[in-house]
Design a binder for this molecule. Structure first.
Ligand code: TEU
Length: 574
């Protein structure tokens, strides 16, 4: 895709199990999504990233693919998929699919063949190794689920590698026939007219050929330095591009490629390298999380946020593209990190929204973020569905940790925190997620009372709702190219609470002020020669009486602006 267009996108992530159920099985589906097209259209987004909907045993909600060419019956049929795609295209909306090619399900026929015999033609589609001479596993890598990255298979007396769950064996990209099969499948989908892909865990497809042991103090997950950004990654991506994407010039390709350096990001995304259109900037979501312990928390601070935004802007913006997101199906929602006081929840949700749409980078909105949904926590482990969460709970409790303490960590960090169903309708027992009131969703709704006023039906009624604020912001992004293309200058760099910056584009200058604290913040402009003295006009704010549409143009002076209220947002044209 041409970079100008890519940069102007607003992408919305649909997590299919939890978006909308049309056939009353408590599980989201394609017809459910189709029934909500008017909602998506009104939100103003132009591109949908649809989570995996392929045939799957669903141990990882579809990131474990059994058949790349089939729609899972839980989601519907291929006809329904094609109809959804047509309906979206009719209103100029794009659909990109999740492409999971680092691994498949262990129920995929390739794996079934592969495990059956060492001389099976599919053997090398996956990564098999014998035990070490002392009987130990082939190496000491741990999976993202924290268990060993190897599972023993009796049939051929060898271990297979899986960076994720044991039911998600890693594909062997060193094996050319496997790569050709993958390319064929990708072309098949692109020939259907889809608009591109989000490539799952794509920087992990090239493993160090020796699969060496990692140092014992390696960060979680142990062994990653030998498979993240591995030796042949760019050779594989360029071949992938040549064999597939190059023949479909209008598509968008977005790589999920955690923990890259900025130099590495450019290697994935510089247009002349012909690999991917963009990668996702994931580090903002990692703030507040302990890098060494997937269940531990760390401090969250505005200065870390500033560091991340500046880093991506300075190194990438002038030369390549990147997507920015603050929540997704893999991370707890961001709001709780930001929020201190419940009375300010909605104001804080609008602050988060403004931040996402005003910083440089292509915004990705995760379903429910536009409602200001908080992170979901359950009091009983039985309500959790994520395998990694359940595995961790069992292990920790077995090791003698008090259950309450374990649950507290899970509340902070479980992926299920962002996976509860969309609350569509406040008047229905199950929030209109399924047609029948009595249908239980696959994962429970959080506390009903708190959810009622956050539902779509309630928010559509309220002028000052988070939903209407999102709609407004997205419309602004379409109207004002400065929001996508403008340069970025950080102000008040050392302010511990206020995130302030200027965006500039073709003679226009906007000043954006965001107070991330739950208390009033004081601003001292004297050091900021770049804005002083300046007269300006307010465009947007998130406090009720300053809400959009803006007041009639009224000049203000920067030196009158000395305080920001808790979680206040102000945007000015200078
Ligand atoms: O996530 C891959 C990923 O790279 C991890 O860093 C992710 O942040 C981690 O699992 C969080 O606990 C992708 C998908 O987004 C995820 O849902 C899948 O489970 C995973 O790949 C395997 O397909």
């Amino acid at each position: 895709m041409e970079n100008k267009t890519a940069r102007e996108s607003v992408i919305y992530q649909i997590y299919p199990p939890s978006f909308m159920d049309s056939n009353n099985d408590g599980w989201g589906d394609l017809n459910g999504i189709a029934s909500r097209i008017p909602y998506l259209h009104q939100l103003g987004i132009d591109t949908i990233w649809l989570g995996p909907i392929y045939d799957s045993p669903m141990i990882d909600n579809g990131y474990d693919i059994r058949d790349y060419y089939q729609i899972d019956t839980k989601y519907g049929t291929m006809e329904q998929f094609e109809s959804l795609l047509d309906q979206l295209h009719d209103i100029d909306m794009k659909l990109i699919m999740d492409l999971v090619i680092n691994h498949t399900s262990d129920e995929h026929p390739w794996f079934q063949q592969s495990k059956s015999a060492k001389d099976n033609p599919y053997r090398d589609y996956y990564i098999w190794r014998p035990a070490k001479s002392d009987g130990a596993e082939p190496n000491n890598w741990r999976s993202f689920q924290s268990e060993s990255a190897w599972t023993y298979d009796e049939q051929t007396d060898e271990y297979y590698l899986h960076l994720f769950d044991r039911k998600q064996p890693d594909l062997n990209w060193e094996h050319p026939p496997l790569r050709q099969e993958v390319y064929k499948m990708i072309r098949w989908w692109l020939d259907k007219g889809i608009d591109g892909f989000r490539l799952d865990a794509i920087n992990m497809i090239s493993k160090h050929p020796d699969l060496p042991d990692a140092a014992e103090d390696d960060p979680h997950p142990i062994g990653q330095r030998f498979y993240k950004n591995g030796p042949r990654i760019h050779e594989f991506l360029q071949e992938l591009h040549r064999e597939t994407f190059a023949h479909y010039p209008h598509i968008l390709t977005i790589g999920e490629a955690p923990s890259l350096t900025m130099e590495q990001v450019l290697e994935y995304t510089l247009p002349e390298r012909k690999e991917l259109n963009m990668v996702l900037a994931m580090d903002m979501m990692r703030i507040g999380k302990d890098p060494h312990n997937p269940w531990g928390s760390a401090d969250w601070s505005v200065s870390q946020l500033k560091e991340s935004v500046s880093k991506w802007y300075e190194h990438i913006f002038a030369r390549g593209e990147y997507g920015v997101y603050l929540s997704t199906h893999d991370h707890p929602r961001m709001i709780p990190d930001v929020i201190g006081h419940h009375e300010h929840n909605m104001t804080a949700a609008k602050l988060v929204a403004t931040f996402l749409h005003l910083i440089p980078g292509v915004p990705l909105v995760y379903q429910g973020e536009e409602l200001g949904l908080p992170n979901t926590t359950y009091d009983r482990i039985e309500d959790y569905r994520d395998q990694g969460t359940i595995h961790y709970y069992k292990e920790a409790v077995q090791d003698g940790k008090p259950a309450q303490e374990v649950l507290a960590g899970i509340h902070q960090r479980s992926r299920d925190g962002s996976r509860s169903p969309m609350p569509w309708d406040a008047h229905s027992e199950n929030f209109g997620f399924s047609p029948s009131d009595s249908t239980k969703p696959w994962i429970p709704f959080p506390d009903k009372e708190s959810l009622t006023h956050l539902s779509v039906s309630e928010q559509e009624e309220q002028r000052g709702s988070v939903l209407s604020y999102y709609r407004h912001l997205i419309a602004m992004r379409k109207q004002f190219p400065i929001m996508s293309h403008g340069s970025f200058t950080m102000l008040l760099e050392d302010h511990p609470e206020v995130f302030a910056f200027i965006r500039e584009w073709q003679g226009q200058r906007w000043l954006i002020l965001l107070n991330f604290a739950d208390v009033e913040a004081e601003i001292d402009w004297t050091q900021e020669y770049r804005v002083f003295p300046t007269s300006m006009v307010k465009i947007l704010g998130n406090y009720p009486h300053t809400a959009h549409p803006p007041h009639p143009e009224e000049e203000q002076h920067i030196d009158d602006l000395q305080y920001l209220r808790p979680y206040e947002v102000l945007i000015y044209r200078m």
